[in-house]
Design a protein around this ligand. Structure first.
Ligand SMILES: *Cc1c(COP(=O)(O)O)cnc(C)c1O
Length: 401
């Protein structure tokens, strides 16, 4: 089988036979002419069911994850929602990694909860805790590694073994690692989800999500059939333009990840030596509790790191004072971003046991020159030092979180 970058460039990307265009056209069409009633020319009828641009991206990502089939959605959350609907029935229980994307927790505990789905949050690094959280009705284990925003590392083979023993499915959110660094299906996961908005799109210009499934039977149906039907009947598909942008981004994923990993590693080491920084969370640091595990199951340590500053005032000043690290949610683009997870991405967790510490900031390290980013971090640390101990802060409204 061809290597990663070869597949990234070629899988699913059929050249146009009519014109010889190297890049397959964007099939911006809702419907397809039939040569007779239900006589379809190339299998396409209506773009919710199938569209060549979307299908090309699905094939490309499926090849890179080593899956049986892949499905592309309008956002990462739409992909997660479709997967949950496809796999679960009322009364089912989920063992959910505690340190994960806030929106995933919200989707399960606030939306799917209404349909009789329950979930228990567990420490992703503690397999005994995962086992202890199982119930007779546990149908699904869901984990994200590296996790968001604390960069915890879950033992994928261990989680997969527990799922298999219990007859449950394992879903892995592979958004942070991407298939370039880690392939969860190889460790026994049954499905992978992505926010393709992040590293796969890679340029902060498109929303998208994807599900890639293994060849596996669940409640009498293959996972591919179950998720495919949900995609068609639920309808949260990605459109042709968005599918094209995701496919275009995916071609350079390997190159970008190499750079993201190298620069993040440099910055993590630099921050770790600074007295203003209380703690750095990056799996590439030898002091990280998941370092050895990450080395075994990932090709690199990723482009995201988090750090804790002296206190809340320092963290807020740091996040608001840099030039290249722009204050923004999201991650995985070529440009560096800084986020204050407690009140931005993870605001829905405030007041729960899972709330994010007030002195924590998350960096998505872009592909800019490392020395320019270090100069930028100097600005941030200087602002943090000045603000540290500043006392009470006016909080903005969290009503919409
Ligand atoms: C952003 C993100 C999601 C949600 O994806 P959207 O494209 O924003 O809907 C899910 N999981 C992780 C890890 C994410 O970072």
């Amino acid at each position: 089988m061809s290597g990663f970058n070869t597949l990234a460039v070629h899988a699913g990307q059929e050249k146009d036979p009519h014109t010889g265009a190297v890049i397959p056209p964007i099939y911006q069409t809702s419907t397809f002419i039939q040569d007779g009633i239900n006589v379809l020319r190339a299998g396409h009828e209506y773009s919710r069911g199938s569209n060549p641009t979307r299908n090309g991206f699905e094939a490309q990502l499926t090849a890179l994850e080593g899956g049986a089939a892949g499905f592309s959605f309008a956002s990462g959350i739409a992909a997660e929602d479709a997967l949950l609907r496809a796999l679960l029935a009322p009364g089912d229980h989920i063992v959910l990694g505690a340190d994960g994307y806030g929106g995933t927790n919200r989707l399960i505990t606030r939306l799917h909860h209404k349909w009789g789905i329950t979930a228990s949050a567990v420490d992703i690094t503690n397999l005994d805790a995962v086992r202890a959280a199982l119930r007779p009705n546990t149908a699904l284990l869901w984990v994200e590694t590296p996790s968001n925003p604390l960069l915890g590392i879950a033992d994928l083979a261990g989680w997969a073994a527990i799922a298999a023993e219990h007859g449950a499915l394992l879903v892995v959110d592979n958004t942070f690692a991407t298939p370039y660094l880690q392939r969860p299906l190889d460790f026994g996961a049954h499905a992978v989800v992505h926010s393709t908005t992040k590293y796969i799109g890679g340029h902060s210009d498109v929303l998208g999500g994807a599900v890639i499934v293994a060849d596996h039977l669940h409640r009498g149906q293959s996972l591919a059939e179950a998720v495919g039907y949900q995609q068609f009947a639920g309808g949260a598909v990605s459109g042709p333009q968005d599918s094209y942008l995701a496919a275009r981004g995916l071609k350079t994923l390997g190159l970008r990840m190499e750079r993201h990993c190298a620069t993040a590693s440099t910055l993590a080491g630099w921050l770790d030596d600074r007295p203003e920084v209380a703690r750095v969370y990056y799996p590439g640091l030898e002091s990280h509790p998941g370092h050895e595990l990450a080395k075994r199951q990932q090709r690199g340590f990723g482009g995201i790191l988090s750090l804790q500053l002296a206190d809340e005032s320092a963290a807020r000043a740091f996040a608001e004072s840099m030039e290249y690290f722009q204050l923004s949610v999201s991650l995985g683009g070529v440009e560096s971003l800084v986020c204050y997870p407690r009140e931005m991405t993870h605001a829905s967790l405030i007041g729960t046991p899972l709330e994010i510490p007030a002195n924590l900031v998350r960096l998505s390290v872009g592909i800019e020159e490392p020395e320019d980013l270090i100069a930028d971090l100097e600005l941030g640390l200087a602002a943090a030092e000045k603000a540290s101990g500043a006392g009470s802060i006016q909080h903005r409204s969290l009503a919409t979180a």
